[in-house]
Design a protein around this ligand. Structure first.
Ligand SMILES: NC(=O)c1ccc[n+]([C@@H]2O[C@H](COP(=O)([O-])OP(=O)(O)OC[C@H]3O[C@@H](n4cnc5c(N)ncnc54)[C@H](OP(=O)(O)O)[C@@H]3O)[C@@H](O)[C@H]2O)c1
Length: 335
């Protein structure tokens, strides 16, 4: 406040803050802090700032928190967590005429805002996202459902459509059919006309039956490789011994296994004459757009198992890690 000649001048400095979910070290859920005073991120060229309505939770979020990728992708602390989101475009960065943004303020979008994809972290009230990591939100889904779709939907799409080339009347075994990726993969495989076997816990039997699974195997009581033979493809979202045992379920000399967790095992590949692929999910605008069209045209469901408010991101990540959702866990951020 400056006092002049009978006048009072008041300088108001307006700094906008937002809430975000941050970590300043790797560890378990107690390293998560809700930061109320994070500066609002402002978009540079090729980026948008989105108001986050909902943010999807994936196993990779707690793996990042625990430092599983610290060598491959070291974080600069403090770091805002979160990858998947659905929301509304608030601001757009400078537009490069060679690479138009194709989005305007108010557009409903979904996709990724992770630090590793050039974003600022999706577990926040506002986030920056690279224009190539987002697309128009599927119209038939709520923001809650759309927030649960990007990573799991694109993973299923890359596996079944791009890697396996699954076609009508082929047989596919999907491990972890009740999980985020598995529940999308069952719906996609049925849409492609395949016969679908899946491994789940007994409690998830009805859920995957409603998604369209033809043969359901209780992985805690039954050995799938004694039930399933001569399948064309396996989609493995579990890894470990499940991956190794899967070679026995495939047609010798012609089958393919795509794994979200395991690098190709050359010994098993040559023993069984099977093609094996490790899938690294890459979410981009083209895949998100195709996914949204498929969802809208075919009444595809994203099952929300449980929602948590942004303030309870620590509990949401623990739930994802320890309880395993039937479908997806989503953080609600704004209405
Ligand atoms: N490579 C990549 O780029 C990439 C991308 C995305 C995800 N991933 C990885 O892919 C995996 C799956 O992701 P997600 O989002 O689908 O996870 P999720 O939602 O936690 O689902 C995992 C499912 O697997 C089931 N499961 C556990 N052990 C099983 C077994 N032995 N046999 C059959 N089912 C079993 C769980 O059921 P229960 O509740 O019965 O245990 C759960 O339904 C995660 O490890 C994730 O990190 C990798």
């Amino acid at each position: 406040m400056i006092k002049g000649t009978g006048q009072v001048l008041i300088f108001l400095i307006s700094i906008d803050f937002m809430k975000s979910v941050q970590i300043s070290e790797y560890g378990s859920s107690d390293v998560i802090k809700i930061e109320e005073n994070s500066p609002m991120p402002s978009p540079s060229t090729g980026k948008i700032q989105a108001k986050i309505i909902a943010a999807g939770v994936n196993p990779v979020d707690w793996k990042i928190r625990e430092g599983h990728f610290r060598e491959m992708m070291p974080l600069q602390f403090p770091a805002t967590l979160g990858i998947d989101f659905s929301g509304v475009v608030e601001q757009i960065g400078e537009v490069n005429s060679d690479a138009p943004l194709d989005f305007k303020q108010g557009d409903e979008v979904y996709g990724q805002a992770s630090i590793s994809s050039g974003g600022s972290g999706a577990f926040a009230e506002l986030a920056l996202a690279n224009k190539d990591s987002i697309a128009d939100k599927p119209k038939s889904l709520s923001h809650l459902q759309a927030a649960g779709l990007p990573l799991v939907g694109v993973s299923a799409w890359q596996a079944l459509v791009e890697n396996i080339g699954l076609s009508k009347d082929q047989k596919i075994l999907i491990h972890g059919g009740a999980g985020g990726i598995g529940s999308m993969a069952i719906q996609l495989a049925k849409h492609l006309g395949a016969y679908v076997g899946t491994t789940v816990s007994i409690n998830d039997k009805q859920f995957v039956q409603e998604l369209g699974a033809d043969q359901i195997i209780d992985y805690k009581k039954e050995n799938f490789e004694e039930i399933v033979h001569d399948y064309d493809a396996v989609f493995d979202t579990v890894g470990g011994e499940t991956y190794k045992r899967s070679f026995r379920a495939l047609a010798k000399g012609s089958g393919i296994i795509v794994s979200m967790l395991e690098q190709p095992n050359s010994e098993l590949m040559s023993q069984y004459g099977i093609k094996a692929v490790f899938l690294f999910s890459q979410v981009n605008r083209q895949r998100l757009t195709k996914l949204a069209q498929w969802v809208d045209q075919n009444n595809i469901k994203v099952n929300i198992d449980k929602t948590f408010p942004l303030d309870e991101a620590d509990k949401a990540l623990d739930y994802q890690k320890d309880v395993h959702p039937r479908g997806k866990v989503v953080l609600t951020v704004a209405s």
